[in-house]
Design a protein around this ligand. Sequence first.
Ligand SMILES: [Zn+2]
Length: 348
Amino acid sequence: MYSEDVIKIIHAMPKVELHLHLEGAFTLESLYELIGKYGGDPDIQDIEDLKHKFVFTSINHFVKIWYWKSRFYREPADLEDMAFSTILNLSRKNIVYAEVFFSPWDFVKPEMSFNAVTEAMISGVRRAERECPIRIGLIADLIRNQGHQTVDKRLDEITPYRNDVIGLGLGGSEKEYPAEWFTNAFQEGKRRGFRIVAHAGEAAGADSIWSTLKNLQAERIGHGVRSLEDLKLIEYLKSNQIPLEVCVNSNLKTKIFPSLNDHPVRRLFDQGLLITINSDDPTMFGMDLNDEFVLLFNEYKFTLPEIRLLTENAIRASFAENSFKAQLIQTVEEFWDHINYSNGGIVK
Ligand SMILES: [Zn+2]
């Protein structure tokens, strides 16, 4: 099998993604339109300029451009469109189910209330689901950087949307704001029926993952790639099959691992951990879920059967109800039944 054939299969295969931030997955076209709507920006003459703008040079630069783009979302319709076009774009890449973080608080301002922002984003997501073959589970990212009192307050604000929001996440600076500070909000969130996931083991090490599991009772770990620093933790994750949401390209771009060779994705997989593959902030990183799998194939020598297994892992690890999981497994089976990968997708 030739490399181009494998890439075609990766693009065509039905995919599931569990770690994706809505605000980092916007389409450049939709943002370009918004910039025009609000009078333009002298530095952005075309989509290429915009693409260039998002090539970030450091974490501080990343945060700076993140906030730069946020200022173009000024009314609920802008957020509805952003959510709609983002999900439509995922569907075009043959993603059939995604659990998507969103953080409405980023956009709240005096003229745009929390409820208006939240409802606009939910409405854009639901419209996309009606128009294309994709289903979305929304997870509210409460973000740790404003401290535990803010997170408590955010839990109360998002609770009335429990029918539309299946889970709670915790992004932000893991080192400066450790998981245990947020124990109350997450235990209370669980009581209110939310599923629990949190970023851990990315900027901080194994202790952060232990604390996230113990104190927040997280069902999945966002990233978790530094778990290899503690063999006991590896054993625990493996025997309990706790899913890790691995985002290889994101880790390389943010320099969690300095080079391709340093990234542990292959080791985590080979040790029998339940890992899933995700794109995190695809537009910010200039890559998408297809590129992640191509990277696994080209650089980490994942075969097609292994790539299929990673998709099945994502289905198993998802918060979808069992009947829908069974449906997704069937969709995956039907696709792969038609693919001849007798040599394991090994390039001749
Ligand atoms: Zn993330």
